[in-house]
Structure formats: structure tokens, C-alpha cells
Design a protein around this ligand. Structure first.
Ligand SMILES: [Zn+2]
Length: 332
């Protein structure tokens, strides 16, 4: 009897050891980052000479090539029309979608493709060896409300739709959305304002477009305390923005314990952007990325999907995106 018990004990320890080794090995083998994009983002323009231009994506791809990071790029088949529209409906009204389709069919197509890339990116994070993903997509999305028209160059809120997708498809409870675009992500705030399952943290200039983003707006009902707006004035430096993320984001995240992190990665908060007035450098974006990565490694096995929002200095936007991607790709 004693020998039998010993044998069972031995076998259980062996199974635990093999499982642990296998698990550690699997984690070590994880690829860090992928960049998802598609030629469809070379289409659609609001008007001639508009700053939200296909060149934004072309420049990012060129910079990736120049930095010898092109092996990180993965093209995704854009083919799931109706399925994607059903996910868009998780955030946007039928009327909004109908109006965009009728008035701006190409914008509808391109923004839907951005949604498709984001949700396929989520699938890759959950089902493959990749830890995090940067979606080089456009137009931006974080100003898109249900007004039936374009708002601040946006048609559909990609980050908000992706958050709903993660929650419904993967039954995830707590999602952190970090938005460091120069402009306030008013639509993201609007759609999750009373929702405690999504912690929205946005740093921005509250006096710029769209004029929202007061730090006094903290959420309502059960969502009270889950909407954090931080106003940063013109001339904000690397040190100032990094301090905000260290001092204001870290303490609340420790309590929230996110299970997935989405970044609204706008680089119009970079120095020399024609639509912004901050002095944040590429180094600043590397540091912000590092902070978010540390949170992800601590709470959610590194799961981050980062989605391009604004950024209108073509070289500046691409160079900040590269700094961000390089940091995402670092081994932990
Ligand atoms: Zn912006």
C-alpha cells in the first residue's frame, strides 16, 4: 500500500514537472510582436491635402523596411464583411452605419478593414505565439460617435469595438484602454462611461479638439472611477508625460488588474506635429510603451493590442511608431 502511494506521488510530481517545463518553454518561444496592415489603408482620403492621408501608413511601412523590421509585418486577408459589421454594431447604431455606408462608402470599407485587422490581431494574441500586436491602420477611430457622419477624421471606434470583441468572444472581464493621442478619446469615454469592466485612461490637451476630456469626468454609476482623464498642456515634455503614467496610471492599475490591454496609439502628441503642441520625443514613446508593457507582463501575460490613432507629421508619426514597435518587440 505504502509503495503504491509513493508511486502515485512520484507520478504526480513528474507530471507537474513536465507541465511546468513545457509551459515555460512555450512562454520562452512566444514571438513578441507583429505589425498588421494592408494595402487597403492606402485608399480613402477626406479631401486633397488632408493631413489624415494614406501616406501615414506608407511612411510607417517604409520606416519598418529601413529599420530592418519588415519581417514583423503580416498582411491580413480582409474578407469578413458581414461578420465585421456585426461587431461594429456592438458600438455603433444601425443608423450611423447606414449613413456612413451611403455617404462615404470607401471610408466605410477602409474603417471596417481596420476593425477586421484589430479583431484578427486579438485572435492571434489568444491563439498563436505572438504576445502583442501593433495595428498600422487608418483612419483613426477614437472620436467616432453615433452621429451618422465623420467626427475628427473617424468613422468607427476601432478600439471600443475591439474591447467589446475581446469581452464577448474571449469572456474577458477587465480591459484597460490607454490613449496617449494628443486629442481626447471622447468616443471611447462615451461608450464605456458607466462600465466598470473597461478602465479608460487618457492623457490629452483638453482645450484642443473636441474640447472634452476634463479630469472631473470620472465615469458614472458603476463606472465611477473607471474613466481617468489627464490634461497635459502645450509644451508637455517626455518627463512630464512619463510622470503622469507612473504616478496616475500605475496605482489604479494595481487595483484594476487588467486581463487585456488596448492602446489608442496616437502620435500627434509627438514634437513637431502640425495638429499638436507637445514636445514628446520618440524616446518618450519608448518609455510609455515600457510602462504599459510592464503592466501587461505583470497582469496579463503581455497581452497588448496597440492601434494607430492620430499622428500627422509623416516622418514624426512613422519614427514614433517605430520606437513604439521596437519596444514592443523587446524580449522580456
Ligand atoms: Zn489626435
Amino acid at each position: 500500500m505504502k509503495t503504491k502511494r509513493k508511486l502515485v506521488k512520484y507520478l504526480v510530481s513528474l507530471i507537474i514537472l513536465v507541465f511546468y517545463r513545457f509551459n515555460t518553454k512555450a512562454k520562452e518561444n512566444k514571438i513578441n510582436t507583429k505589425v498588421l496592415s494592408d494595402k487597403i489603408f492606402f485608399k480613402h482620403k477626406i479631401s486633397k491635402d488632408h493631413p489624415e492621408t494614406p501616406d501615414r501608413i506608407k511612411y510607417i511601412i517604409n520606416y519598418l523596411n529601413k529599420s530592418k523590421l519588415n519581417h514583423l509585418i503580416e498582411n491580413v486577408d480582409i474578407n469578413s464583411g458581414n461578420i465585421i459589421e456585426n461587431w461594429i454594431k456592438e458600438i455603433h447604431s444601425n443608423n450611423h452605419i447606414k449613413n456612413i455606408k451611403e455617404m462615404e462608402p470607401l471610408a466605410h470599407k477602409v474603417s471596417s478593414a481596420a476593425v477586421e485587422i484589430c479583431i484578427k490581431g486579438v485572435d492571434m494574441i489568444f491563439n498563436s505565439d505572438v504576445r502583442n500586436i501593433f495595428c498600422a491602420v487608418r483612419p483613426p477611430g477614437h472620436h467616432a460617435l453615433n452621429t451618422g457622419k465623420e467626427e475628427g477624421f473617424c468613422y468607427y471606434n476601432h478600439v471600443a469595438i475591439t474591447a467589446k470583441y475581446i469581452q464577448k468572444k474571449y469572456l474577458i472581464d477587465r480591459i484597460l484602454i490607454v490613449d496617449w493621442d494628443y486629442h481626447h478619446g471622447n468616443s471611447t469615454e462615451y461608450f464605456f462611461y458607466d462600465d466598470p469592466s473597461v478602465l479608460f485612461f487618457s492623457s490629452h490637451d483638453q482645450y484642443a479638439y473636441p474640447g472634452t476630456g476634463s479630469p472631473l469626468k470620472k465615469g458614472k454609476n458603476r463606472g465611477l472611477g473607471y474613466n481617468i482623464n489627464v490634461h497635459l498642456p502645450c509644451n508637455t515634455t517626455d518627463k512630464e508625460i512619463i510622470d503622469v503614467y507612473k504616478k496616475k496610471l500605475l496605482p489604479i492599475v494595481k487595483k484594476f488588474k487588467p486581463e487585456f490591454i488596448l492602446i489608442s496609439a496616437g502620435f500627434d502628441s509627438r514634437v513637431d506635429d502640425p495638429l499638436g503642441c507637445y514636445k514628446v520625443t520618440d524616446n518618450g514613446f519608448s518609455e510609455l510603451t515600457k510602462i504599459v508593457l510592464n503592466i501587461a507582463n505583470k497582469f496579463c501575460d503581455g497581452k497588448i493590442l496597440s492601434i494607430l490613432e492620430g499622428g500627422y507629421n509623416l516622418d514624426g508619426n512613422a519614427s514614433a511608431a517605430i520606437a513604439h514597435i521596437k519596444e514592443l518587440n523587446k524580449k522580456i
